[in-house]
Ligand binder design. Structure first.
Ligand code: ADQ
Length: 467
């Protein structure tokens, strides 16, 4: 078997002597990398006015890393610009926030072309190439144009809307046609698969055959849903340990016996934060028994601060925190605790385990790993309750969560109340079903599922994955 070559926009090369990052793709691909070796290629995360035009190599724990730098102009046009100000809102159904600039769209293709040119000489004929996410859509077609014959797969981590939404993007047909260069196009959920099929059919005029797949020039492009997951066992162990840490004990003491509900995400307008804050205010208004009894901890990691809509969101959340606390606080109780930064992974795992309710209420989300982490972190004997937006991809595989529409503040308040007052038997039953599914379908199973299809090892008539 040849090497596995991963291409992702951003590559975090672990420091020498340190393990790979605890989350994300590094964990997902650990098994695949350790059995066959691999190369991870992408942007170093460094942007400067005059970047060195070279590929930097590093080898850590059996994995070769190859990274390139971007110029400041390329970073602004490609990343902050087209990827995060045009593609991101469009894929999350937010056409009102789509800001399109033709030069930035050109920059996106140029940066992808540079990735392709730098990657091409590093490839071997028997490599399998797995490209990740919306920053890299044209890469497969650009590699093919340079003669790449390898199997190339693409996984889309964020939602895939139907053509009625997608077509609003100038150049929409080109983006969809780019996907035809891959052997497999993977999305998170069946809902996304429906969107992808619709875009393939309407954006290219080609027939999508049962499979589903598209055939062109003797090649097959398979379209499939592969719901991403987490390293479930590891995360459960981490949470069970972290709940006894000094950090967690300090938090527990500060709650003085009150119930805690938790939210954790990047500060992003897709995550439904203002809506959730208003729903929490509605809980205090409509269910007076929770006044003075419940504390909402929101941990929001800063994100994309150079994009205007993210600055607006930050101000809005700060205002809402002040308003709710001004309206409802007592001298010895603050209803909303807002931590505006990332916290270490183990600390967060301990917080999840202490929280009676996990609030995961995005307006749209490809999957949402926080929902899965919250479930994995619970004490199975006395688990908390997951309140989950039906617009998160995670909802498709976690129907035992309490599903909500994040737009409906009072409806969410009612569901939060139901979660806070749910009896132990029902909590155990719902949690047990979700945890079992996450144990069976962890992130390793996700990566294997994708690679099995990409490399043609898929068992005939295999059942679609869930979770
Ligand atoms: P994200 O939009 O970043 O990912 P998510 O899937 O929730 O969203 O992953 C976030 C990760 O960051 C989680 O592991 C979480 O624990 C961590 N995190 C969140 N807030 C944090 C904080 N304040 N401090 C520290 N860590 C924090 C994109 C898509 C998702 C999709 C993933 C994976 O938008 O829909 O699930 O990719 O495909």
């Amino acid at each position: 078997m040849g090497r596995l070559v991963i291409v992702s926009n951003r590559v975090a090369v672990p420091k020498r002597g340190e393990p790979a990052a605890a989350g994300g793709l590094a964990v997902a691909l650990k098994d695949a990398f350790s059995s066959r070796g691999g190369l991870w290629f992408g942007w170093s995360g460094t942007a400067s006015p005059e970047p060195a035009d070279m590929v930097r190599h590093a080898r850590r724990a059996g994995v070769d890393y190859a990274v390139i730098d971007l110029s400041q102009a390329a970073y602004e046009g490609f990343y902050a610009g087209y990827a995060n100000s045009a593609l991101w809102p469009m894929f999350h159904f937010r056409l009102g926030l789509l800001s399109y600039d033709r030069d930035q769209a050109g920059c996106y293709r140029q940066v992808n072309q540079r990735y392709a040119e730098k990657l091409m000489p590093l490839l071997r004929p028997d490599d399998t190439i797995w490209v990740h996410d919306y920053q890299m859509i044209p890469l497969g077609a650009q590699l093919r144009a340079m003669g790449a014959k390898q199997r190339i797969g693409y996984f889309h981590h964020i939602p895939f809307p139907p053509w009625a939404v997608f077509a609003a993007m100038p150049g929409a047909e080109d983006l969809i046609r780019d996907l035809l260069s891959y052997d497999v196009v993977g999305v998170q959920t069946n809902r996304d698969l429906t969107g992808l099929i619709d875009c393939m059919a309407q954006g290219t005029g080609m027939k999508v055959r049962p499979g589903p797949e598209v055939r062109l020039r003797g090649r097959r492009v398979q379209l499939r849903a592969f719901p991403i997951s987490i390293a479930t066992e590891e995360f459960s162990d981490l949470a069970a340990r972290s709940v006894n840490s000094a950090d967690a004990k300090r938090l527990e003491a500060s709650l003085a016996g009150r119930a805690m509900v938790i939210g954790a995400e990047r500060l992003d307008y897709t995550k439904g934060l203002p809506e959730r804050f208003r729903a929490f205010a509605a809980l205090l208004e409509h269910f007076p028994e929770h006044r003075g009894q419940v504390t909402y901890l929101q941990v929001a990691a800063r994100s994309r601060e150079d994009v205007e809509s993210y600055k607006d969101l930050k101000r809005e959340i700060e205002t809402l925190t002040g308003q709710i606390n001004g309206d409802w606080s007592d001298a010895d109780w603050t209803p909303v605790r807002y931590v505006g930064r990332a916290v270490p992974r183990d600390t967060l795992a301990g917080y999840y385990r202490m929280a009676k309710v996990g609030l995961v209420t995005p307006l749209r989300d490809g999957m949402n790993l926080v929902a899965k982490e919250y479930v994995a972190a619970q004490d199975p004997e006395n688990p908390g309750v997951l309140v989950l937006s039906k617009f998160a991809g995670a909802a498709e595989g976690l129907p035992e969560a309490l599903l909500v529409n994040p737009i409906d503040a009072v409806g969410m308040a009612e569901t939060m109340h139901a979660a806070l007052t749910m009896g132990l038997d029902e909590r155990r039953e719902r949690h047990g079903a979700m945890l079992r599914r996450l144990q069976e379908h962890d992130v390793g199973a996700w990566a294997k599922g994708f690679l099995d299809v990409l490399e043609g090892r898929e068992p005939a008539n295999s059942a679609p994955e869930r979770a």
